[in-house]
Design a protein around this ligand. Structure first.
Ligand SMILES: Cc1cc2nc3c(=O)[nH]c(=O)nc-3n(C[C@H](O)[C@H](O)[C@H](O)COP(=O)(O)OP(=O)(O)OC[C@H]3O[C@@H](n4cnc5c(N)ncnc54)[C@H](O)[C@@H]3O)c2cc1C
Length: 387
């Protein structure tokens, strides 16, 4: 049982959700369409998120964060993703990194990083995936070799969120490439940008605006104190622990995306007329709306249940896996249904529907693919119900 989880009162939750909705309406909604079309990083939006304290959403208040619960964080992510999913990515990966430091770092490390993570002075993410290893992280090749009091890092990461605009990463490396099994030789290192890694940006179908890219390490040197937990060989376990929270927040993004697809479909179906009546009066459109709404509710309940289990201090891999799987598949289904329901307008760059349709598939890939979630769920079930 982990006693260091956050609790948020109903009043505090209502206040923060009000300010997030206001921020989204004023500072994000009017600009999302154009920024996304140009694949331009939403710098002003990110800076306003910092002013609102969102870079420290789940960081404990003793380190300067808002100290919000996972349940409240999920609701914030739902709201953000119902307006522009990419904006959630700026803080999502950052908070998984913060979680690894807060949960496993020494007190000195927490004092060094968490207050700066909370203000957004330091912004970053997690460097796990490589050109030849994603789901099977034990296959990574990036290595960190000890040299005096330092580690020297060499290798390449790929698909890293906040690659260019971030200034620090928690990087999964091999400190003992010969270890068997491989995870025993894997460690997590904090690597600031000034240590000399070279980021790049990749072109993507969706989830545009936020930068995702490669990271090159060529003799990048960091002090040994940057090893999270101070002990080699714990890195995979540390990051998997953080991904439990990460999966809940990806599920919440799925809820937000599913919801906006539903909301825009309900509205459009009442104004678009065919054969002398609004399309919402055709039974096949009603079936679509009913199925979309049911998916939103079910996805939200699963997400809240996973977040609650996490807040109660249990390992919530089963709940988080189910929530991530269902809510992200729901987002893809709702985006496809919203596109059909909008006819040609759904396919048009003038409307937001095509953006939702392009954004949704990422949710089935990031923080562990949905194929992997099914493996996680099945393993947990077998563990839970042994014969
Ligand atoms: C926009 C974006 C942002 C990202 N951000 C980050 C980030 O910030 N940090 C980071 O480290 N990574 C990030 N990623 C990478 C992401 O986590 C990986 O893409 C993901 O884990 C899958 O790895 P892969 O792409 O190498 O696919 P692979 O592992 O090569 O998998 C290929 C296919 O095989 C399936 N598969 C693999 N193993 C099994 C199995 N045992 N059983 C059944 N099916 C299997 C997979 O589900 C998938 O369908 C991001 C990716 C994208 C697209």
């Amino acid at each position: 049982m982990d006693q260091r989880r956050n609790i948020t009162s109903e009043e505090d939750e209502a206040l923060i959700l009000d300010s997030v909705r206001e921020f989204l309406k004023r500072d994000v909604a009017p600009f999302a369409h154009d920024l996304e079309a140009r694949d331009e990083y939403p710098q002003e939006i990110a800076d306003k998120m910092a002013e609102l304290g969102l870079f420290g959403t789940t960081i404990s208040s003793e380190y300067g964060g808002l100290g919000l619960s996972s349940v409240t964080f999920a609701k914030i992510m739902e709201e953000i993703s119902s307006v522009w999913m990419s904006v959630g990515g700026i803080i999502g990966a950052h908070l998984v990194m913060a979680r690894a430091v807060e949960h496993f770092g020494s007190e000195d490390m927490k004092q060094e990083y968490l207050p700066k993570f909370a203000t957004g002075e330091l912004r970053g993410g997690i460097g796990l995936t490589e050109p030849d290893a994603g789901t099977d992280l034990q296959g990574i090749r990036t290595r960190a070799d000890k040299d005096g009091d330092d580690y020297v890092i060499n290798g390449s990461k790929m698909w890293i969120t906040n690659s260019v605009k971030g200034n620090i990463l928690a990087v999964l490396v091999k400190t003992d490439p010969k270890a068997e099994p491989a995870y025993r030789g894997m460690s997590l290192l904090m690597v600031p940008r000034e240590a000399g890694y070279v980021p790049s940006k990749l072109e993507k179908l969706g989830y545009r605006g936020v930068d995702t890219g490669g990271i090159e390490f060529s003799d990048v040197r960091v002090p040994q104190k940057n090893l999270i937990g101070g002990e080699e060989g714990k890195g995979l376990q540390q990051i998997l622990n953080g991904l439990e929270q990460g999966r809940i927040n990806v599920a919440a993004r799925g809820v937000g995306l599913s919801r906006v697809c539903l909301e825009e479909s309900i509205a459009y179906s009442q104004t678009r007329k065919t054969f002398g009546k609004p399309i919402c009066e055709h039974q096949s459109i009603q079936i679509k709306l009913a199925d979309m709404a049911t998916r939103v509710e079910a996805a939200r309940l699963l997400t809240e249940r996973a977040a609650l289990a996490y807040d109660e201090g249990h390992r919530a891999d089963l709940e988080a896996g189910m929530a991530k799987l269902f809510a992200t598949e729901a987002a893809m289904e709702n985006a496809a249904e919203a596109m059909r329901l909008h006819g040609a307008y759904g396919y048009s760059k003038e409307f937001n529907i095509e953006r939702y349709y392009r954004d949704a598939p990422l949710l089935a890939i990031g923080e562990g693919t949905n194929e992997l979630q099914r493996i996680v769920i099945a393993r947990q079930l077998i563990k839970k119900f042994p014969v």
